[in-house]
Write a protein of this length. Structure first.
Length: 234
């Protein structure tokens, strides 16, 4: 089973959704046969690579009310994250672009899905838990080194536009699926889950998707008219 996950590394609900999916997978008997693939989605393609404001300031400007109103939104989100065991420092985080982070995630995917999943977790933790600037190439280098990506390849990607086309293809596919926000999960190309749903919802879809591709045999009749290892009852 493959689960494709459209998300951004500066999306708080994406981190919460990741944890909720992991909770569902922990109770799923076929979890070892599930492959996770992260797809690119940019919440704000126009966000600067050099930060000029905090997340609270950005939210207050976008939705009105100024930094104080933005901080109230941040406080509510941090409370939700805490319920999933995530200690956010979103109030200290900076509003930045994520294009280079997404390109590195594609580099990681080219190595293995496990490497990509590890890098995704590292980037999310860098931004939300450590309040680091995930547009800064030094931060990206450190994250890549943590998961074992080749340093030379990381430099090649960061110094070019490599994987930009793959990132754009992901964004186009999200639009084709009708996804207007993230996180957005697609299970085996057939089931779409929008938003950071409760673990129970993920568990239900996982079971349904698995049963669709691994149908259980429905047996009709009994054993009275059959022969077994001890012979035939006549």
């Amino acid at each position: 089973m493959r689960i494709e996950i459209w998300s951004d590394v500066v999306c708080p609900w994406c981190y919460v959704g990741k944890r909720r999916l992991e909770t569902a997978l922990a109770g799923f008997e076929h979890a070892a046969d599930v492959e996770l693939v992260y797809r690119s989605f940019q919440l704000d393609p126009a966000a600067p690579l050099v930060p000029t404001e905090t997340v609270a300031e950005s939210l207050g400007r976008k939705y009105g009310g100024g930094p104080a109103a933005g901080q109230q939104m941040v406080d509510k989100m941090e409370a939700v994250a805490a319920e999933e065991g995530l200690l956010f420092r979103l109030g200290e985080a900076q509003h930045v672009g994520t294009v280079d982070a997404h390109r590195l995630l594609h580099l990681a995917l080219a190595e293995s899905t496990a490497t990509q999943v590890a890098l995704k977790e590292e980037l999310l933790a860098a931004y939300f838990v450590r309040a680091e600037n995930v547009a800064d190439h030094d931060v990206l280098r450190a994250a890549a080194a943590t998961v074992g990506l080749d340093a030379d390849r990381v430099e090649e990607v960061l110094g070019s536009q490599e994987y930009a086309d793959a990132m754009e293809a992901d964004i186009r596919q999200a639009a084709a699926y009708g996804a207007t926000g993230v996180p957005f999960f697609v299970v085996d190309g057939r089931y779409g889950i929008s938003g950071a749903q409760p673990p129970e919802t993920f568990a239900q879809v996982l079971t349904q998707a698995w049963d669709d591709t691994h149908p259980r045999l429905q047996t009709v009749g009994g054993t009275d008219e059959a022969c077994g290892p001890d012979g035939c009852a006549i």
